[in-house]
Design a protein around this ligand. Sequence first.
Ligand code: FMN
Length: 392
Amino acid sequence: MPTETMPRLFTPFSLAGVTFPNRIVLSPMCQYEAVNGHVQPWHLAHHARFALSGVGGAVLEATGISPEGRITPGCLGIWEDGQIAGLAGIVALYHGQGIPVGIQIGHAGRKASTARPWDGAAPLGPEGPEPAWQTVAPSALPHLPNWPVPQALDEAGIAGVIADFVSAGKRALAAGVDFVEIHGAHGYLLHTFFSPLSNHRTDQWGGSLENRMRLPVAVATALREALPAAMPIIYRISAVDPDPAGITTEDSVALAAALKAAGVSLMDVSSGGIVSGSVRLSLPQEPGFQVPFASRLREGAHIPTMAVGLIITPEQAEEIVAEGRADLIAFGRELLADPAFAYRAAQVLGHPAPETVLPRNFAFYLERRAPLLAHLDSENGHYTRTNVRNGG
Ligand SMILES: Cc1cc2nc3c(=O)[nH]c(=O)nc-3n(C[C@H](O)[C@H](O)[C@H](O)COP(=O)(O)O)c2cc1C
Protein backbone atom coordinates (compact mmCIF):
# COMPACT_ATOMS: atom_id res chain seq x y z
CA MET A 1 0.00 0.00 0.00
CA PRO A 2 1.55 3.39 -0.95
CA THR A 3 2.45 5.04 2.34
CA GLU A 4 2.50 8.55 0.84
CA THR A 5 -1.29 8.50 0.53
CA MET A 6 -1.81 6.93 3.94
CA PRO A 7 -3.27 9.30 6.54
CA ARG A 8 -0.85 9.69 9.42
CA LEU A 9 -3.49 8.35 11.81
CA PHE A 10 -3.18 5.02 10.03
CA THR A 11 0.58 4.70 10.01
CA PRO A 12 2.10 2.22 12.48
CA PHE A 13 3.89 3.37 15.59
CA SER A 14 6.47 1.39 17.54
CA LEU A 15 7.26 1.63 21.22
CA ALA A 16 10.00 -0.64 22.59
CA GLY A 17 9.07 -4.10 21.27
CA VAL A 18 5.45 -3.29 20.42
CA THR A 19 4.02 -1.97 17.15
CA PHE A 20 0.61 -0.31 17.07
CA PRO A 21 -0.87 -0.82 13.58
CA ASN A 22 -2.43 2.66 13.74
CA ARG A 23 -2.61 5.58 16.16
CA ILE A 24 -6.18 5.10 17.42
CA VAL A 25 -6.15 3.72 20.98
CA LEU A 26 -9.05 2.80 23.25
CA SER A 27 -8.64 4.95 26.37
CA PRO A 28 -8.89 3.16 29.73
CA MET A 29 -12.51 3.20 30.87
CA CYS A 30 -13.78 1.72 34.13
CA GLN A 31 -16.84 -0.45 33.66
CA TYR A 32 -17.68 -0.95 37.36
CA GLU A 33 -18.84 -4.50 36.63
CA ALA A 34 -16.12 -6.54 38.35
CA VAL A 35 -16.91 -8.90 41.21
CA ASN A 36 -14.13 -8.96 43.82
CA GLY A 37 -11.90 -7.50 41.13
CA HIS A 38 -12.57 -10.37 38.71
CA VAL A 39 -13.42 -9.99 35.01
CA GLN A 40 -17.07 -10.66 34.15
CA PRO A 41 -18.87 -11.42 30.86
CA TRP A 42 -19.63 -7.70 30.58
CA HIS A 43 -15.92 -6.93 30.19
CA LEU A 44 -15.59 -9.46 27.40
CA ALA A 45 -18.62 -8.04 25.59
CA HIS A 46 -17.32 -4.50 26.05
CA HIS A 47 -13.86 -5.28 24.71
CA ALA A 48 -15.11 -7.47 21.87
CA ARG A 49 -16.75 -4.35 20.41
CA PHE A 50 -13.36 -2.68 20.15
CA ALA A 51 -11.26 -5.73 19.33
CA LEU A 52 -13.30 -5.98 16.10
CA SER A 53 -13.30 -2.24 15.41
CA GLY A 54 -9.93 -1.55 13.80
CA VAL A 55 -8.34 0.35 16.69
CA GLY A 56 -4.56 0.30 16.82
CA GLY A 57 -4.36 -0.44 20.54
CA ALA A 58 -6.37 -0.65 23.73
CA VAL A 59 -5.79 0.09 27.39
CA LEU A 60 -7.81 -1.88 29.93
CA GLU A 61 -9.49 0.14 32.66
CA ALA A 62 -7.97 1.30 35.96
CA THR A 63 -7.25 -1.97 37.74
CA GLY A 64 -6.54 -2.04 41.47
CA ILE A 65 -3.09 -3.18 42.56
CA SER A 66 -4.69 -3.96 45.93
CA PRO A 67 -8.30 -4.29 47.12
CA GLU A 68 -8.10 -0.90 48.86
CA GLY A 69 -6.61 0.63 45.71
CA ARG A 70 -9.88 0.21 43.80
CA ILE A 71 -11.97 3.29 43.11
CA THR A 72 -15.23 1.40 43.66
CA PRO A 73 -16.15 -2.16 44.65
CA GLY A 74 -16.94 -2.74 40.95
CA CYS A 75 -13.42 -2.01 39.74
CA LEU A 76 -11.15 -4.65 38.26
CA GLY A 77 -8.29 -5.96 40.38
CA ILE A 78 -4.88 -7.48 39.81
CA TRP A 79 -3.82 -8.21 43.39
CA GLU A 80 -4.09 -12.00 43.26
CA ASP A 81 -3.17 -14.69 40.77
CA GLY A 82 -6.77 -15.85 40.42
CA GLN A 83 -7.50 -12.60 38.58
CA ILE A 84 -5.04 -13.33 35.77
CA ALA A 85 -7.17 -15.78 33.76
CA GLY A 86 -10.05 -13.32 33.31
CA LEU A 87 -7.69 -10.60 32.13
CA ALA A 88 -6.03 -13.06 29.75
CA GLY A 89 -9.47 -13.64 28.21
CA ILE A 90 -9.73 -9.95 27.32
CA VAL A 91 -6.16 -9.89 26.01
CA ALA A 92 -6.95 -12.83 23.71
CA LEU A 93 -9.79 -10.86 22.08
CA TYR A 94 -7.36 -8.17 20.96
CA HIS A 95 -4.52 -10.53 20.08
CA GLY A 96 -6.90 -12.48 17.86
CA GLN A 97 -7.03 -9.33 15.72
CA GLY A 98 -3.35 -8.40 16.00
CA ILE A 99 -4.03 -5.44 18.28
CA PRO A 100 -1.62 -4.64 21.13
CA VAL A 101 -3.32 -4.30 24.49
CA GLY A 102 -2.18 -2.90 27.79
CA ILE A 103 -3.62 -2.57 31.25
CA GLN A 104 -3.80 0.48 33.47
CA ILE A 105 -2.68 -0.45 36.96
CA GLY A 106 -3.32 1.94 39.78
CA HIS A 107 -4.13 2.82 43.33
CA ALA A 108 -7.02 5.22 43.92
CA GLY A 109 -5.57 6.60 47.18
CA ARG A 110 -7.94 8.98 48.96
CA LYS A 111 -10.45 8.72 46.09
CA ALA A 112 -10.92 4.97 46.72
CA SER A 113 -13.90 3.44 48.50
CA THR A 114 -16.58 5.28 46.54
CA ALA A 115 -19.89 4.34 44.97
CA ARG A 116 -20.16 3.73 41.23
CA PRO A 117 -20.76 6.92 39.19
CA TRP A 118 -24.42 6.11 38.57
CA ASP A 119 -24.86 5.59 42.32
CA GLY A 120 -23.47 9.05 43.04
CA ALA A 121 -19.67 8.43 43.24
CA ALA A 122 -19.73 9.53 46.90
CA PRO A 123 -17.68 7.82 49.64
CA LEU A 124 -19.18 4.50 50.70
CA GLY A 125 -20.78 4.27 54.13
CA PRO A 126 -19.78 1.87 56.92
CA GLU A 127 -22.83 -0.39 56.43
CA GLY A 128 -24.30 -2.39 53.59
CA PRO A 129 -23.15 -5.13 51.24
CA GLU A 130 -20.26 -2.95 50.03
CA PRO A 131 -18.92 -1.22 53.14
CA ALA A 132 -16.31 1.52 53.05
CA TRP A 133 -12.63 0.76 53.55
CA GLN A 134 -9.79 2.88 54.94
CA THR A 135 -8.25 5.12 52.30
CA VAL A 136 -4.59 6.17 52.15
CA ALA A 137 -2.73 9.21 50.84
CA PRO A 138 0.55 11.10 51.23
CA SER A 139 -1.05 13.33 53.87
CA ALA A 140 -4.15 13.10 56.04
CA LEU A 141 -6.07 15.52 53.81
CA PRO A 142 -9.48 14.49 52.46
CA HIS A 143 -10.33 14.77 48.77
CA LEU A 144 -13.20 17.10 49.65
CA PRO A 145 -14.00 18.60 53.07
CA ASN A 146 -16.89 16.19 53.71
CA TRP A 147 -14.96 13.09 52.55
CA PRO A 148 -13.24 10.60 54.91
CA VAL A 149 -9.77 11.62 56.09
CA PRO A 150 -7.21 9.24 54.54
CA GLN A 151 -4.41 7.66 56.51
CA ALA A 152 -1.01 9.18 55.67
CA LEU A 153 1.20 6.35 54.40
CA ASP A 154 4.30 5.57 56.47
CA GLU A 155 7.56 4.17 55.01
CA ALA A 156 6.30 0.59 55.19
CA GLY A 157 3.04 1.61 53.53
CA ILE A 158 4.90 3.32 50.68
CA ALA A 159 7.17 0.30 50.22
CA GLY A 160 4.02 -1.84 50.12
CA VAL A 161 2.52 0.30 47.34
CA ILE A 162 5.69 -0.04 45.24
CA ALA A 163 5.71 -3.81 45.83
CA ASP A 164 2.02 -4.03 44.87
CA PHE A 165 2.70 -2.19 41.60
CA VAL A 166 5.49 -4.67 40.83
CA SER A 167 3.33 -7.71 41.61
CA ALA A 168 0.55 -6.23 39.49
CA GLY A 169 2.99 -5.71 36.61
CA LYS A 170 4.13 -9.33 36.82
CA ARG A 171 0.52 -10.55 36.78
CA ALA A 172 -0.18 -8.30 33.80
CA LEU A 173 2.75 -9.95 32.05
CA ALA A 174 1.34 -13.37 32.94
CA ALA A 175 -2.03 -12.30 31.50
CA GLY A 176 -0.24 -11.65 28.20
CA VAL A 177 -0.54 -7.87 27.93
CA ASP A 178 1.82 -6.05 25.59
CA PHE A 179 2.32 -3.01 27.80
CA VAL A 180 1.51 -1.64 31.22
CA GLU A 181 0.15 1.82 31.98
CA ILE A 182 0.79 3.30 35.42
CA HIS A 183 -2.16 5.40 36.55
CA GLY A 184 -0.56 8.60 37.77
CA ALA A 185 -3.48 10.92 37.02
CA HIS A 186 -6.93 12.10 38.11
CA GLY A 187 -6.33 12.69 41.81
CA TYR A 188 -5.44 9.08 42.60
CA LEU A 189 -2.52 7.99 44.79
CA LEU A 190 0.48 8.80 42.57
CA HIS A 191 -1.03 12.12 41.51
CA THR A 192 -1.62 13.05 45.16
CA PHE A 193 2.06 12.41 45.88
CA PHE A 194 3.12 14.56 42.90
CA SER A 195 0.80 17.49 43.62
CA PRO A 196 1.66 20.04 46.32
CA LEU A 197 -2.09 20.52 46.82
CA SER A 198 -2.40 17.06 48.35
CA ASN A 199 1.15 16.27 49.47
CA HIS A 200 2.13 18.21 52.61
CA ARG A 201 4.83 15.76 53.74
CA THR A 202 8.14 16.97 55.07
CA ASP A 203 10.11 13.73 54.57
CA GLN A 204 11.82 12.46 51.38
CA TRP A 205 8.38 11.84 49.79
CA GLY A 206 7.16 15.45 49.95
CA GLY A 207 8.13 19.10 49.78
CA SER A 208 10.43 19.80 46.81
CA LEU A 209 9.45 18.84 43.27
CA GLU A 210 12.14 16.16 43.36
CA ASN A 211 10.67 14.66 46.53
CA ARG A 212 7.11 14.77 45.17
CA MET A 213 8.30 12.95 42.02
CA ARG A 214 10.00 10.28 44.12
CA LEU A 215 7.12 7.82 44.39
CA PRO A 216 6.04 7.96 40.70
CA VAL A 217 9.70 7.48 39.70
CA ALA A 218 10.21 4.68 42.26
CA VAL A 219 7.17 2.83 40.92
CA ALA A 220 8.36 3.19 37.32
CA THR A 221 11.89 2.11 38.22
CA ALA A 222 10.70 -0.96 40.12
CA LEU A 223 8.36 -1.96 37.31
CA ARG A 224 11.08 -1.45 34.71
CA GLU A 225 13.33 -3.85 36.62
CA ALA A 226 10.54 -6.42 36.89
CA LEU A 227 9.32 -6.37 33.27
CA PRO A 228 11.06 -7.36 30.02
CA ALA A 229 12.83 -4.49 28.27
CA ALA A 230 10.66 -5.00 25.17
CA MET A 231 7.50 -4.29 27.15
CA PRO A 232 6.64 -0.59 27.09
CA ILE A 233 5.64 1.15 30.31
CA ILE A 234 3.25 4.06 29.79
CA TYR A 235 2.49 6.67 32.44
CA ARG A 236 -0.84 8.52 32.54
CA ILE A 237 -0.27 11.93 34.04
CA SER A 238 -2.52 14.79 35.02
CA ALA A 239 -0.22 17.37 33.48
CA VAL A 240 -1.71 20.30 35.36
CA ASP A 241 -3.78 21.00 38.41
CA PRO A 242 -5.88 23.90 37.21
CA ASP A 243 -4.79 25.93 40.25
CA PRO A 244 -1.69 28.14 40.40
CA ALA A 245 -0.68 26.41 43.66
CA GLY A 246 -0.75 22.98 42.02
CA ILE A 247 1.26 21.13 39.39
CA THR A 248 2.36 23.22 36.42
CA THR A 249 3.08 21.96 32.93
CA GLU A 250 6.78 22.51 33.57
CA ASP A 251 6.61 20.31 36.70
CA SER A 252 5.11 17.65 34.46
CA VAL A 253 7.86 18.07 31.89
CA ALA A 254 10.34 17.43 34.72
CA LEU A 255 8.43 14.31 35.82
CA ALA A 256 8.19 13.05 32.24
CA ALA A 257 11.96 13.45 31.83
CA ALA A 258 12.61 11.60 35.10
CA LEU A 259 10.19 8.84 34.12
CA LYS A 260 11.85 8.53 30.73
CA ALA A 261 15.20 8.10 32.49
CA ALA A 262 13.54 5.40 34.64
CA GLY A 263 12.47 3.52 31.51
CA VAL A 264 8.97 4.84 30.77
CA SER A 265 8.31 4.79 27.00
CA LEU A 266 5.36 7.15 26.58
CA MET A 267 3.35 9.71 28.52
CA ASP A 268 -0.45 9.52 28.25
CA VAL A 269 -1.41 13.11 28.94
CA SER A 270 -4.58 13.94 30.83
CA SER A 271 -5.29 16.61 33.45
CA GLY A 272 -7.18 17.43 36.64
CA GLY A 273 -8.86 15.27 39.22
CA ILE A 274 -7.53 16.92 42.33
CA VAL A 275 -9.21 19.51 44.51
CA SER A 276 -7.98 22.66 46.13
CA GLY A 277 -9.77 23.50 49.36
CA SER A 278 -13.40 22.84 48.57
CA VAL A 279 -13.13 23.54 44.86
CA ARG A 280 -13.28 20.78 42.26
CA LEU A 281 -10.90 21.90 39.58
CA SER A 282 -11.18 21.32 35.88
CA LEU A 283 -10.10 23.03 32.70
CA PRO A 284 -12.64 24.34 30.17
CA GLN A 285 -13.75 21.21 28.34
CA GLU A 286 -13.14 22.24 24.76
CA PRO A 287 -12.25 19.83 21.95
CA GLY A 288 -8.63 18.78 22.32
CA PHE A 289 -8.16 20.88 25.48
CA GLN A 290 -5.38 18.62 26.79
CA VAL A 291 -3.46 18.34 23.51
CA PRO A 292 -1.20 21.35 24.29
CA PHE A 293 0.07 19.45 27.36
CA ALA A 294 0.82 16.34 25.32
CA SER A 295 2.66 18.52 22.86
CA ARG A 296 4.65 20.33 25.57
CA LEU A 297 5.72 17.09 27.29
CA ARG A 298 6.73 15.57 23.96
CA GLU A 299 8.86 18.56 23.11
CA GLY A 300 10.15 19.33 26.62
CA ALA A 301 10.99 15.81 27.79
CA HIS A 302 11.69 14.28 24.35
CA ILE A 303 9.31 11.43 25.02
CA PRO A 304 6.46 10.13 22.85
CA THR A 305 2.98 11.10 24.01
CA MET A 306 -0.61 10.00 23.71
CA ALA A 307 -3.17 12.82 23.57
CA VAL A 308 -6.64 12.38 25.06
CA GLY A 309 -9.73 14.37 25.88
CA LEU A 310 -12.58 15.44 23.64
CA ILE A 311 -10.84 14.33 20.49
CA ILE A 312 -13.92 13.61 18.48
CA THR A 313 -13.34 13.87 14.74
CA PRO A 314 -11.02 12.03 12.35
CA GLU A 315 -9.70 15.32 10.99
CA GLN A 316 -8.84 16.60 14.49
CA ALA A 317 -6.99 13.38 15.32
CA GLU A 318 -5.15 13.36 11.98
CA GLU A 319 -4.00 16.94 12.50
CA ILE A 320 -2.64 16.21 16.00
CA VAL A 321 -0.53 13.31 14.73
CA ALA A 322 0.51 14.99 11.46
CA GLU A 323 1.64 18.13 13.31
CA GLY A 324 3.72 16.03 15.71
CA ARG A 325 1.81 17.11 18.80
CA ALA A 326 1.28 13.51 19.93
CA ASP A 327 2.16 10.04 18.66
CA LEU A 328 -0.98 8.18 19.67
CA ILE A 329 -4.54 9.37 20.25
CA ALA A 330 -6.67 7.85 23.00
CA PHE A 331 -10.40 7.90 22.47
CA GLY A 332 -12.86 7.28 25.28
CA ARG A 333 -16.42 8.41 24.80
CA GLU A 334 -16.20 8.77 21.02
CA LEU A 335 -15.47 5.05 20.78
CA LEU A 336 -18.31 4.29 23.18
CA ALA A 337 -20.58 6.32 20.89
CA ASP A 338 -19.19 4.84 17.69
CA PRO A 339 -17.12 1.66 17.88
CA ALA A 340 -16.83 1.95 14.07
CA PHE A 341 -14.85 5.18 14.48
CA ALA A 342 -11.63 3.75 13.00
CA TYR A 343 -13.41 2.59 9.84
CA ARG A 344 -15.24 5.91 9.54
CA ALA A 345 -11.95 7.79 10.06
CA ALA A 346 -10.26 5.69 7.37
CA GLN A 347 -13.04 6.60 4.92
CA VAL A 348 -13.12 10.28 5.83
CA LEU A 349 -9.35 10.71 5.73
CA GLY A 350 -8.90 9.03 2.37
CA HIS A 351 -7.25 5.79 3.47
CA PRO A 352 -6.53 3.98 0.17
CA ALA A 353 -8.35 0.85 1.36
CA PRO A 354 -10.52 1.78 4.36
CA GLU A 355 -11.98 -1.70 4.75
CA THR A 356 -8.57 -3.13 5.58
CA VAL A 357 -8.64 -1.52 9.03
CA LEU A 358 -11.39 -4.01 9.90
CA PRO A 359 -11.11 -7.79 10.32
CA ARG A 360 -11.27 -9.65 6.99
CA ASN A 361 -14.59 -11.15 8.05
CA PHE A 362 -16.08 -7.65 7.72
CA ALA A 363 -13.68 -6.19 5.17
CA PHE A 364 -14.35 -8.86 2.56
CA TYR A 365 -17.99 -7.83 2.29
CA LEU A 366 -17.62 -4.11 2.80
CA GLU A 367 -15.05 -3.92 0.03
CA ARG A 368 -17.55 -5.50 -2.36
CA ARG A 369 -20.37 -3.28 -1.13
CA ALA A 370 -18.40 -0.06 -1.70
CA PRO A 371 -18.88 0.05 -5.52
CA LEU A 372 -22.59 -0.66 -5.08
CA LEU A 373 -22.94 2.26 -2.70
CA ALA A 374 -21.03 4.48 -5.12
CA HIS A 375 -23.89 4.08 -7.60
CA LEU A 376 -26.65 5.00 -5.25
CA ASP A 377 -28.19 8.44 -4.93
CA SER A 378 -29.48 9.51 -1.62
CA GLU A 379 -32.18 12.01 -0.85
CA ASN A 380 -33.58 12.67 2.59
CA GLY A 381 -32.09 9.46 3.89
CA HIS A 382 -33.59 7.29 1.12
CA TYR A 383 -31.33 5.59 -1.41
CA THR A 384 -32.26 4.94 -5.02
CA ARG A 385 -30.36 3.11 -7.79
CA THR A 386 -30.68 5.93 -10.34
CA ASN A 387 -27.16 5.80 -11.75
CA VAL A 388 -26.54 2.10 -11.45
CA ARG A 389 -26.15 1.64 -15.24
CA ASN A 390 -23.11 3.99 -15.25
CA GLY A 391 -20.81 1.41 -13.84
CA GLY A 392 -22.23 -1.90 -12.74
C1 FMN B 1 -16.82 5.51 31.47
C2 FMN B 1 -15.46 6.13 31.65
C3 FMN B 1 -14.53 5.48 32.46
C4 FMN B 1 -13.24 6.00 32.60
N1 FMN B 1 -12.31 5.30 33.31
C5 FMN B 1 -11.02 5.70 33.30
C6 FMN B 1 -10.01 4.88 33.83
O1 FMN B 1 -10.23 3.74 34.23
N2 FMN B 1 -8.74 5.38 33.86
C7 FMN B 1 -8.44 6.61 33.35
O2 FMN B 1 -7.29 7.02 33.39
N3 FMN B 1 -9.38 7.38 32.79
C8 FMN B 1 -10.65 6.95 32.73
N4 FMN B 1 -11.59 7.68 32.09
C9 FMN B 1 -11.15 8.87 31.32
C10 FMN B 1 -10.91 8.48 29.85
O3 FMN B 1 -9.87 7.53 29.73
C11 FMN B 1 -10.55 9.73 29.02
O4 FMN B 1 -9.33 10.24 29.48
C12 FMN B 1 -11.63 10.78 29.12
O5 FMN B 1 -12.91 10.21 28.98
C13 FMN B 1 -11.43 11.89 28.08
O6 FMN B 1 -11.41 11.33 26.78
P1 FMN B 1 -12.71 11.32 25.81
O7 FMN B 1 -13.16 12.76 25.67
O8 FMN B 1 -12.21 10.72 24.54
O9 FMN B 1 -13.77 10.49 26.48
C14 FMN B 1 -12.89 7.21 31.96
C15 FMN B 1 -13.85 7.87 31.19
C16 FMN B 1 -15.10 7.33 31.02
C17 FMN B 1 -16.09 8.04 30.12
